[in-house]
Design a protein around this ligand. Sequence first.
Ligand SMILES: Nc1nc2c(ncn2[C@@H]2O[C@H](COP(=O)(O)OP(=O)(O)O)[C@@H](O)[C@H]2O)c(=O)[nH]1
Ligand SMILES: [Mg+2]
Length: 221
Amino acid sequence: MGELKVIKVKQSVLANNDLRAERLRGELKEKGVFFLNVMSSPGSGKTTLLIELINRLKKHVNVGVIEADMDADVDAHTVEKATGVRTIQLNTSGECHLDAKMTSEGIAALGTDNIDLVILENIGNLVCPAEFDTGATMNMVLLSVPEGDDKPLKYPLMFTRGDIFVFTKMDATVVFDFDLEKAESRILKLNPKAQFFPVSAKKGDGIDALVDFLLSQVKNA
Ligand SMILES: Nc1nc2c(ncn2[C@@H]2O[C@H](COP(=O)(O)OP(=O)(O)O)[C@@H](O)[C@H]2O)c(=O)[nH]1
Ligand SMILES: [Mg+2]
């Protein structure tokens, strides 16, 4: 019997994706567009936080939004209605991640004329989106208080991929035993350069600090 041929499909898919993502990052940098990829589990507060952020950011920079979901378009309607900024919906037809090709198509559909900051609300999932470089300038990962401070232990790749980490629903610490210091030290073990922003979108706590940080990044990009 001859030797069995084994083809490492996933590796080549990821290598191709990395190339495409680098190309997209370069194109956006040339155009002066900052691309923020927002990742977290479903229900952790992405849409709610983005509305709060965008309504403050839009006074200083021009924002465009890409909402990604497997099939739905409810978040795109919600964000557009609440912020008035240019928003499109990407549907992946059942795929649980976005790759650089899909984000390139999304950004082309959104259009980058007069846009300084493109925000992508990625598909709610702590596993698949972490595997694919979208071409983003920065990855912002959310962890909500009700999910628990152990999630960096269970989903290490996601917590390695993030550049900044937002602890959401901090108002809920009164009913959940979420330990902020434990969460931070677990993330720092995976990702020593991680930066943290505890917020409550419901109460408004911590939002201004995150807005100031994002503005400084967009303006210095
Ligand atoms: N208590 C509390 N609830 C929040 C906060 N942010 C979002 N939520 C709620 O969490 C649920 C999911 O929020 P959503 O923004 O849709 O999460 P997404 O699925 O990650 O986009 C909704 O019922 C929100 O009202 C917060 O800061 N505090
Ligand atoms: Mg959402």
